[in-house]
Design a protein around this ligand. Structure first.
Ligand SMILES: [Zn+2]
Length: 233
């Protein structure tokens, strides 16, 4: 039986976690801003290697080229990815600036893609973090890419399980099949499994503590995928 005092303690702990997560998220945003300021003339990327099976990527945290066209940032996905990597203890590759034009992965050669090409054991799966508009509906959308296999299937099951209570869509509205996605690069060119994870805007605000439950649940889910991949290795 849970006493009122215990229940109150649980609420206090949960509140403390949320405040802690939001402040850590803002620190990650600061880190990304200084990486950008330190390398004004080049397309920089932050790689944090934690020797994990899962590698989180964030290609669209700033204005970027995608298949030849300049696009606006998927807001706060860079800092969200740094935070999720830190909490889940998995590696991250986050683009700090991506202004050079490119159309295909073969011709792209900047810090972000070089880090991905250099990934090595124990890296087995890229989880590529993006932002979608709230008007699409779901909280999260998992895109399985052009060549999903057993690891993608397992990761989808784990993510849906762990994100219980959230609206998690698969392959609709975004399936990550176009040639220019990181998921496509990983599955077709790098010999790695991959999934794209689109996060709704309502769960992407380091300044709004109401967004913390989304990132907290996502972080636990990412850690669970990493554990599964290690056990399956
Ligand atoms: Zn994106």
């Amino acid at each position: 039986m849970t006493t009122d005092i215990e229940a109150l303690d649980t609420v206090r702990e949960a509140t403390a976690d949320v405040v802690d997560l939001s402040s850590r998220w803002r620190k990650c945003a600061d880190r990304l801003r200084s990486a950008r300021a330190d390398t004004p003339d080049q397309d920089a990327a932050l790689h944090v290697d934690r020797d994990s099976a899962v590698v989180l990527t964030a290609p669209h945290g700033t204005r970027h080229y995608r298949a030849g066209a300049m696009k606006q940032a998927d807001l706060h996905t860079g800092s969200l990815t740094l935070l999720a990597g830190e909490v889940a203890q998995v590696s991250t590759v986050v683009s700090a600036r991506a202004r050079a034009a490119w159309s295909t992965w073969v011709e792209r050669d900047d810090a972000f893609v070089r880090h991905l090409r250099d990934l090595d054991e124990p890296a087995r799966m890229i989880l590529d973090i993006h932002g979608m508009g709230d008007h699409h509906g779901p909280d999260f959308c998992l895109g399985t890419g052009p060549r999903p296999g057993a690891l993608e299937d397992a990761a989808v099951d784990i993510l849906r399980d762990e994100l219980d209570g959230f609206d998690v869509a698969v392959d609709s509205p975004f399936d990550a099949r176009p040639h220019y996605t990181v998921t496509s690069l990983a599955q077709r060119h790098l010999g790695l499994a991959a999934l794209q994870i689109e996060v709704a805007a309502r769960w992407r605000s380091p300044d709004d503590e109401a967004a913390a439950p989304g990132v907290s649940a996502l972080t636990r889910a990412l850690a669970a995928v990493d554990r599964h991949l290690r056990d399956a290795a």
